[in-house]
Every structure is written in C-alpha cells, then in structure tokens.
Ligand binder design. Structure first.
Ligand code: SF4
Length: 301
C-alpha cells in the first residue's frame, strides 16, 4: 500500500530519501484510496479549486444574508471599505476568506477543507497567493495536495473537528494547511513548509468552539479571516528560516492533548464561550422562535 505518513517526520524523511516533491506521496495515496488515475485526481483538484474560486466570487458579489441576521454581507463591506488598515492585498485576503465562508453560512456551495466551518480559509489564501505571485493552477493544485497531506496527519494524531478538538482543530488545522501550502507554492523547503505548520498550530492552540445559537456563523466567519491572516504570518516567519523550536509533530500532539482536555461546553455544544453570553442567548431564543414559526402546520401535512 502506498503510505501516507503518520507523522511529519516520516514525510520529510521520505522526501529526503526519494527526492520527491511533497505532494507526490499524497497524490499516490489519493490514487490508491480512490482507485482512480492520477489524471482523475488532478481533475478533481481542479474542480475543487474552481468551487473555491466561485465561493470567493459569490461571497463578494451576491447578497449574503442569513436567516438569523448574523451574516450581513460582511465580505463586501470589507472589500469596499474606504480605510485600508494594512495593504490592499491584506484587505483582499480578509474579504475573500470572509466571502467564501459567508457562502457556506448562507447554504451555498463550498469545499469542506477540512470542514465546512473552515471553508473560507483555503479559498482566501490560495486565490490571494495565486494573484499576488502569478502562480499557475497546477502549482495551486499541488499546494492543495500538500494541504491535504497536512490535514491527514493532524486527523490521525489529533482531530479536525470542532466537536472533538475545539476550533483550534477546525480553523487551526485549516490555517496550518494554508500556511504549508503557501510555503510550498512559493518554493520553500520541506523543513520550512512544516515549520509553517508548526508555527500556525502554536498560534491557534487552545481556541474553543462556541458557535452562537449553534449556527456556524458567529464567531466562525471572522475566525476564517483571522486564521487566513495567521497562515500568512506563519508562512512569512517560516520561509525566512525561523526555527519553530517545538517540532511540528509535537505541536500536533499538543493540539490533540489540548482538544482532549477541553470541556464539552467548548466543543460545538453552544453551551460556553460566546454562545453563552447574554447576547448569544438572546439570539439563540430568536432563532428558536423563527424555527417554530416556520414549522409546518400539523393539519396541513
Ligand atoms: S467556532 Fe466551532 S463551528 Fe465555528 S468554525 Fe470554529 S470549530 Fe467550527
């Protein structure tokens, strides 16, 4: 069986021994797992990236309001804001990550990468580096494979789900996938790519999952933007050769340990954190009333 590694150390060793690029082992794994040809896998990656690009476009051009009222065209407001706090590129990155995630919250089509709750992060990151650096689609597809390999290792040793490991596992993992993809796509070494993953996990560690009213809207949407920003800062640090000190596999261990010790109320139960604030509880009641109002009349069934 073609191996997909249990840890980053084995993946790095494999690349050193074979001289293969990082994505190659993930491609072989996909071929074997799905029983498809390499061409099919590349075609699937192309479709996935097209859905990501469409989600960004939709979020920035269509009406994005949710039934709860908590989503109200935030991405378009950011894209058109007259004050640019850092740079136009940063403004674009944030608006794109928000836009793709708003599409998910408004029941549109997205790629769960690795989950629907984190579905704005990779689209925001990949469309931005492609535009900034003039990368071709093939390079982005390779970056997607690298990101998938990162996710599989985190899933094996910790978790990718907010309900299991808190938001650190969900948006944190997506940010780590994105940071690794950035460094890979910009020609970083394997060591630098994995350093970006380690630094990102260090930055996201401990983040709880506390969706208001149990809806994947607040704080999920803004966390997609912040995770995208952290992926870029981590990639910038890692590609400069800064040592993350704690090896990436040990960062993943910490992610798993923190996730296990997190109280249930911080794991997508909407019992703690922002979900348990007075305003969060008010919104929860309003959403419940809305749901009751749209329940079908028993006599009319
Ligand atoms: S807060 Fe929970 S539901 Fe929202 S993005 Fe994070 S993990 Fe997902």
């Amino acid at each position: 069986m073609s191996l997909l590694f249990n840890d980053f150390a084995s993946w790095e060793k494999h690349c050193q021994a074979t001289g293969e690029p990082l994505y190659q082992a993930v491609l072989a794994y996909e071929v074997e797992q799905k029983g498809r040809s390499e061409e099919d896998i590349w075609a699937g990656l192309q479709r996935a990236y097209e859905v990501m690009c469409d989600a960004v476009k939709t979020g920035l051009t269509q009406d994005m309001t949710s039934r709860s009222g908590m989503v109200n065209n935030g991405a378009k407001k950011v894209a058109g804001a007259p004050v640019t706090v850092l740079s136009p590129e940063f403004q674009q990155l944030i608006s794109r990550a928000l836009g793709a995630k708003e599409v998910n919250s408004c029941m549109g089509r997205v790629v769960a990468a690795p989950t629907a709750g984190a579905s704005g992060i990779l689209p925001g990151i990949l469309t931005t580096i492609q535009e900034l650096h003039g990368l071709d689609d093939r390079k982005i597809h390779e970056g997607l494979l690298v990101a998938a390999g990162i996710a599989l290792i985190i899933e094996t040793n910790a978790s990718l789900a907010g309900a299991v490991g808190g938001c650190q596992a969900e948006t944190g993992s997506a940010a780590a996938m994105g940071a690794g993809a950035i460094v890979y796509c910009l020609g970083g070494t394997v060591e630098q790519t994995f350093a970006a993953v380690a630094i990102t996990i260090q930055c996201m560690l401990g983040l709880i999952c506390d969706p208001v009213a149990g809806l994947v809207e607040v704080p999920c949407i803004v966390r997609n933007a912040s995770a995208a920003a952290i992926a870029f800062s981590s990639a910038q640090i890692a590609i400069a050769g800064v040592n993350p000190v704690i090896p990436v596999d040990q960062c993943v261990m910490a992610l798993g340990e923190v996730g296990q010790s997190m109280e249930t109320r911080y794991k997508e139960t909407a019992l703690g954190g922002l979900a348990n604030t007075p305003r969060g509880r008010e919104i929860e009641k309003l959403v419940l009333v809305q749901d009751v109002e749209i329940l079908p009349d028993e006599d009319s069934e």
